[in-house]
Ligand binder design. Structure first.
Ligand SMILES: C[S@@+](CC[C@H](N)C(=O)[O-])C[C@H]1O[C@@H](n2cnc3c(N)ncnc32)[C@H](O)[C@@H]1O
Length: 214
């Protein structure tokens, strides 16, 4: 962690950080009612900054376990004087299951979740059936779940799990992976993968209307 990241984390925690011990009241935290989007594992926060600048009328929440990334995000948010981003420091499994209200989000993004390439580590992968169920419950009807990876076997694993989640419906017209949506910026990990010649898979699902959920 650089000194600048440490100092930004300490200085701006009360403005941008959420100490989540109980269910979070998003209207109170953001001081308004607005469409809300969540990014899980935001890394250095580039996508959150990009999205928050593009849509001042929407709120953005990030979950991250890595302090240097949170510090970097806070430094950027303060420099830009952005009001529509907050970050929870913690494990997304825990935050999704216990702390976020159901049906509170218009979209959830996960860009390049850690792939844990070794077979014996696959159980550490974040995207598992229980995780997808918890995440889907946080979406409003028609809310978007957008996950991107450059690891083929993780992409297939995620597709299988998302397709089996009753609350979700695949946005790809013929099923399978979606085309990269125009305007989706390239993240730091995506650039790294592309430099190594990796392909990239977009998975885009929406939350079904409640009467269609069995
Ligand atoms: C490969 S990086 C991708 C970062 C960024 N999304 C990008 O595309 O550049 C994965 C990120 O997920 C975070 N992460 C891993 N497990 C997590 C968890 N259980 N809860 C929240 N964040 C997590 C890591 O700290 C890391 O920043």
């Amino acid at each position: 962690m650089t000194q600048a990241q440490r100092s930004a984390l300490d200085r701006h925690w009360t403005r941008y950080g959420i100490e989540a011990t109980d269910i979070v009241d998003l209207d109170r935290i953001f001081g308004r009612r607005a469409p809300r989007y969540l990014e899980i594992g935001f890394g250095m926060g580039d996508m959150l900054i990009h999205m928050a600048l593009a849509h001042a009328e929407w709120d953005y929440l990030g979950i991250e376990v890595h302090d240097p990334g949170i510090g970097r995000l806070f430094g950027q948010l303060a420099n830009l004087d952005l009001h529509n981003v907050r970050a929870v420091r913690g494990d997304a499994n825990d935050v999704l299951a216990r702390l976020l209200p159901d049906e509170s989000l218009e979209g959830i993004f996960m860009f390049f979740p850690d792939p844990w390439p070794k077979k014996r580590h696959h159980k550490r992968r974040l995207v598992q059936p229980q995780f997808v169920s918890s995440a889907s419950a946080k979406l409003r009807t028609n809310g978007l779940c957008h996950i991107v990876t450059d690891v083929e076997d993780y992409a297939k694993h995620m597709l299988n799990i998302l397709e089996q989640e009753n609350m979700l419906q695949n946005l790809a017209p013929t099923g399978g992976f979606s085309r990269r949506p125009p305007g989706r910026p390239t993240t730091k990990f995506e650039r790294r993968g592309l430099d190594r010649g990796h392909s990239v898979w977009d998975l885009m699902f929406v939350r079904r209307e409640s009467h269609l959920i069995k």
